[in-house]
Write a protein that binds this ligand. Sequence first.
Ligand SMILES: [Zn+2]
Length: 380
Amino acid sequence: MSELSTEEILEGIRQWIEIESPSDDPAAMARMARRIETDYRAIGAEVARIAGRDGRGDHLLVIEARLCPDAAASGPGILILSHMDTVHPLGTLAGPLPFRIEGDRAYGPGAEDMKGGTYLALAALRQLAREGRKTHLPIRHLIVSDEELGSDTSRAHIEAEARRARYVLVTEPARSGGKIVTARKGCANFTVTAHGQAAHAGVEHHLGRNAIHEMAHQILALEAMTDYARDLTVSVGTIKGGNRSNVVPDHAEVEVDVRFPNPEIGEEIVRRIRAMTPMTRDVRLVVEGGINRPGYEKTPGIAALFEHAKALAAEIGFVLEDLKTGGGSDGNYTAAYAPTLDGLGVDGDGGHTLEERLYISSILPRTRLLMRLMETLGAG
Ligand SMILES: [Zn+2]
């Protein structure tokens, strides 16, 4: 029976990093899916393919029911949720971000987000099997291909699996020195367009209806909806309008990013933004967009799951802390159905940049934590 080994796990992660997998490249995603499938079959797990659509790659559903009692094998289980795509385009590995190790850091596209974390789940299952250890619940590992693009083609599968799960563990990277995520803000995006009337700014200014003038009012109104006390932010992020200075502009457009703590506040802010009306005579306002990821708060179920994980971490020998983040992940889709812990992947930094790395020293403790969670959840 071999011991859990940093070298073995890091070598597996390296091989996955060295198969580049940008979300929008179907051939690359197919190579990545094939590799994960091969590695999982090699440890004896069942792997099902969920066909990709709309130019996205297949998703993989790994089913590991051999470790739990027969009676429970087809029942509600533990859902491990990961993604195999990265934000890095092909050529990143051969160019600015080759796989390399410097001290405790292993660099590469997806090292932190999230080939490292996805591989830890495989390593944890492999080790449980090697040691003949058992789980109380069947384990399903869903690995999607389009998380970095918002999970449009995987969301329904994520929700379906979450509905039949007792617990959800997401292998996104840890935050700020190993913290895991127990609450995430929801996010919504809008495009607001003002349509006015063009006119010669010198000759017929009075006939013009200035779309930028209208939008200036709307921008202030939007920004004023921010309410830090309620953990709500409304941020106008881009602005476009007009063509030349001597024409009264008939067009102006802004893009708006909204973050909110829970579905109630989310729906309220969406209603307010959709209800915006023009403040300038004869100018039309069009509001498009809505919620793309619902928020979730640390419910009693999530708090209890976190306390359990914290106690397991203490046994292993580290202090586990949690936090709330403004960033979205697929955990936003599952928390409504089953207690969800996110950020259980590797610790690292520089995700989505050319400095992306994982911390090698986080590999063993976090694999052990996943093993203990898999092994203890659903007892009694
Ligand atoms: Zn990620």
